[in-house]
Design a binder for this molecule. Structure first.
Ligand SMILES: [Zn+2]
Length: 180
C-alpha cells in the first residue's frame, strides 16, 4: 500500500513563497507552531508506516517544501497513493477548548474507527469524527482523513502531544487503522 502523509501548513501553503505556521501559541517564552508539530508527527508516521513495509509519499518533509494546500491531494494521487492522512492541530478563541477530532470526506467508518482508537490511546477528549467534504486536502481521490490531534493553546492537549513517547503511540495507532 502507498500512503500519503500531509503535515498541515508549511511553506507556500496559503500564499506562494510565504511560510504558513498554522495555529500558534506562546507560553513561558516558548513559541509553538502547528506546522512544526504536525511535521514532527508526519515524519514519525512516515517511519512507522515504512517500518511495516509500506510506501509513503510526503506532501512536505521539511519547512521549505513548496507545496500549496490546493495541490496536495492531486500530488498524492499522482504519486500513486490509495490513502491520505493529513495531520493538524486545532485552534480556538479560548485556551480551554480541547480534544481530538478526525475529519473525513466520505469514509465515516474509517474516521470513527480512527477517532475511537486515538481517544483510547491519548486519553484526550472525544470531539467525534466529523464530515468536512469542503476541505481541499480531503478532495483526494481515495480514502482521506484529517486528524486534528488536539488544541495547540490548551496546556493539557499540547503537553500530551509534545511528548515523544505519546507521538510514537499515536503514529502506531494511525498506522494500525489506515493499514488495516
Ligand atoms: Zn491546521
Amino acid at each position: 500500500m502507498k500512503i500519503a502523509i500531509d503535515p498541515g501548513h508549511g511553506m507556500s501553503n496559503k500564499q506562494p513563497g510565504v511560510y504558513d505556521p498554522g495555529a500558534m501559541h506562546r507560553e513561558n517564552g516558548f513559541s509553538y507552531q502547528e506546522a512544526d508539530i504536525a511535521l514532527r508527527y508526519g515524519l514519525s508516521l512516515r517511519d512507522v508506516i515504512r517500518a511495516r513495509g509500506h510506501q509513503v509519499f510526503m506532501t512536505r518533509d521539511d519547512a521549505t517544501d513548496h507545496m500549496p494546500v490546493g495541490k496536495r491531494a492531486a500530488a498524492a494521487k499522482a504519486a500513486g497513493c490509495q490513502t491520505l492522512v493529513s495531520l493538524h492541530l486545532n485552534d480556538a478563541e479560548v485556551d480551554t477548548a480541547h480534544g481530538l477530532e478526525v475529519l473525513y470526506r466520505d469514509d465515516k467508518v474509517l474516521a470513527e474507527k480512527l477517532q475511537a482508537r486515538l481517544v483510547q490511546v491519548t486519553g484526550l477528549r472525544d470531539r467525534g469524527a466529523k464530515p468536512r467534504p469542503d476541505l481541499a486536502v480531503l478532495k483526494f481521490a481515495g480514502l482521506a482523513v484529517l486528524v486534528e490531534l488536539g488544541f495547540i493553546a490548551n496546556d493539557g492537549d499540547r503537553n500530551t502531544l509534545l511528548d515523544p513517547a505519546m507521538r510514537e503511540k499515536i503514529c502506531e495507532a494511525i498506522a494500525d487503522i489506515v493499514l488495516s
